[in-house]
Design a protein around this ligand. Structure first.
Ligand SMILES: Cc1ncc(COP(=O)(O)O)c(C=O)c1O
Length: 360
């Protein structure tokens, strides 16, 4: 970790203001926010549905949270893990707290809104580079010096394409930068049993932090930042979206744990990839998405054409989400398809009939 961050953590210790997660259950409760005692009301809740009653640093920590984080760090091969209530707050947390005033954040122009919002809250200087363009990244990085953070997604949610991770790592290492990779759409789908692209490509040690989410392929909600013990300790101390919010209910941490420990993930991954292979074997259109990406994106040249294709799909009972500006630039309106393990061959055939007939 950067020396300035280490210094800030040390200063907290010197000032006796170092934050650590402790378990406080069993004590007489004059500190939780459970004002009406509903979090444990037996009529409303079985024990599995009790609320957390406060922030993780106050009354909201639980054995369930601690065990889930242990499990996550083991599963994703990370020194440590910290659960956030959502991917949005995980990105807000890391981006707003870690890069310091005077540091630089170099981010891909297509990173998710949660990363951008986190960057806006940061005091660091932020510069975007062209999407997946490592020449442009090199050009931008050559102009700056000091502490640099590079932020990318391993699989992009609006284009379904992957970051050129090996080249980005090479640039990051050459410039002593800290690489942050959002794996929101990659975990579950890629890597052994869904451990993601960074894990799958065996580049964990080249990445400063990973953000994984449980609301997408894992079908639940919540997220985690994966990184060193020091990074997690820093987030516990300085990431406001972690500190100033009520923790997830204890049962949610158990669900997160169960989701990553499921024995059928590989089977589901295989079915999803089989569906994608089948789709591509019969598709006559080109897509800029990666062939094995669950997100497949089609542009038809104009917004009107996108609307027309979307209507045809709806007539066949296929609901997709057409994406218009400002989510994507004008002229790049698109149909965004998300594939699943449970899509049937007949459904894919119907989809293909409409798409293959839709040349403009
Ligand atoms: C790349 C990326 N990161 C983070 C998020 C936010 O995750 P969550 O929905 O868990 O807040 C999303 C959600 O769409 C995303 O696409």
């Amino acid at each position: 970790m950067n020396v300035l961050l280490r210094f800030k953590l040390e200063a907290r210790k010197q000032e006796n203001s170092f934050r650590q997660l402790t378990l406080t259950k069993g004590e007489i409760d004059f500190f939780s926010n459970d004002y009406l005692g509903l979090s444990n009301d037996s009529e409303l809740n079985s024990s599995t549905f009790s609320g957390s009653t406060g922030s993780r640093l106050l009354s909201g920590n639980s054995n369930e949270a601690i065990q889930a984080e242990k499990c996550l760090s083991k599963f994703f091969d990370s020194e440590s893990a910290l659960v956030f209530n959502s991917g949005y707050t995980a990105n807000l947390g890391i981006m707003s707290s870690v890069p310091q005033r005077g540091d630089y954040i170099l981010y891909d122009e297509l990173v998710h809104a949660s990363i951008r919002d986190g960057i806006r809250l940061s005091h660091a200087k932020a510069i975007s580079f062209k999407h997946n363009d490592t020449y442009n990244l090199e050009k931008q990085i050559a102009k700056i010096s000091g502490t640099i953070y590079i932020v990318v997604e391993s699989l992009y949610s609006m284009d379904g394409d992957m970051a050129p991770l090996r080249k980005i790592i090479e640039i990051s290492k050459l410039n002593n930068a800290f690489l942050i990779v959002d794996e929101a759409h990659a975990v579950g789908v890629f890597g052994w049993e869904g451990r993601g692209i960074v894990h799958g490509r065996e580049v964990i040690d080249d990445v400063f932090a990973r953000i994984v989410t449980f609301g997408k392929a894992f079908g639940f909600h919540g997220a985690a930042v994966l990184g060193s013990d020091e990074l997690i300790s820093f987030l516990v101390n300085f990431a406001r979206p972690f500190i100033y919010t009520t923790a997830l209910p204890p049962s949610d941490y158990n669900v997160i744990r169960n989701r990553i420990e499921r024995s059928d993930i590989r089977d589901r991954q295989q079915k999803l990839h089989d569906n994608l292979n089948y789709f591509h074997s019969k598709l006559n259109l080109s897509t800029k998405s990666e062939v094995n990406s669950p997100i497949q994106v089609f542009q038809f040249g104009s917004k009107d054409a996108v609307i027309e294709v979307s209507k045809k799909l709806i007539n066949e009972g296929i609901y997709t989400k057409p994406i218009f500006s400002p989510t994507v630039p004008k002229g790049e309106e698109r149909i965004r398809l998300c594939f699943h393990s449970y899509n049937k061959k007949e459904e894919i055939d119907t989809l293909l009939n409409v798409l293959n007939d839709s040349k403009f």
